[in-house]
Design a protein around this ligand. Structure first.
Ligand SMILES: [Zn+2]
Length: 144
């Protein structure tokens, strides 16, 4: 087994250059440029304690490549600008407010009502994380 989980060869996997990145609640989606043919393709990049793990196969030439920790760090710095604690705190508060109130707004309170229960309420917790992502994306677009 190699680091990529494939058959052992004498050749180390070539490194792919991240040319884009989008965060998600569950992990990173990187756009990689294939070191073999130059094809750009998006992959899910699992990380363990901030380290990239796993390898990626180019959909065009099937070359298997990996993202090194240095390249991942460079991509994070370039494509995911860091936010101050105050900014993140304000975003989190705004997301929580949205998540806790969207289903109480007419006519949603009526539409989502069922036998005295508001069916939107259980979605509060998991929606907050998506609202944070949406607000972050909105901030990113305003900075170009
Ligand atoms: Zn390729």
């Amino acid at each position: 087994m190699t680091a990529c989980g494939g058959e052992a060869t004498n050749e180390a996997p070539r490194s792919a250059r991240p040319v884009g990145l989008r965060g998600s609640v569950l992990g990173l989606y990187l756009t990689l440029e294939c070191p073999g043919c130059g094809q750009a393709f998006e992959v899910y990049q699992p990380t363990v304690a901030g380290m990239a793990v796993g390898c990626h196969e180019c959909p065009r030439c099937h070359l298997v490549s990996e993202v090194t920790p240095d390249e991942l760090e460079t991509a994070l710095t370039q494509f995911a600008p860091t936010r101050s604690f105050a900014e993140m705190e304000a975003l989190t508060a705004e997301a929580a407010h949205l998540a806790e109130n969207w289903y109480r707004t007419p006519p949603l309170d009526q539409v989502l009502g069922w036998q005295g229960l508001n069916l939107g309420e259980p979605a509060e917790r998991w929606l907050a994380a998506f609202f944070v992502q949406g607000l972050l994306a909105g901030l990113g677009q305003g900075e170009d």
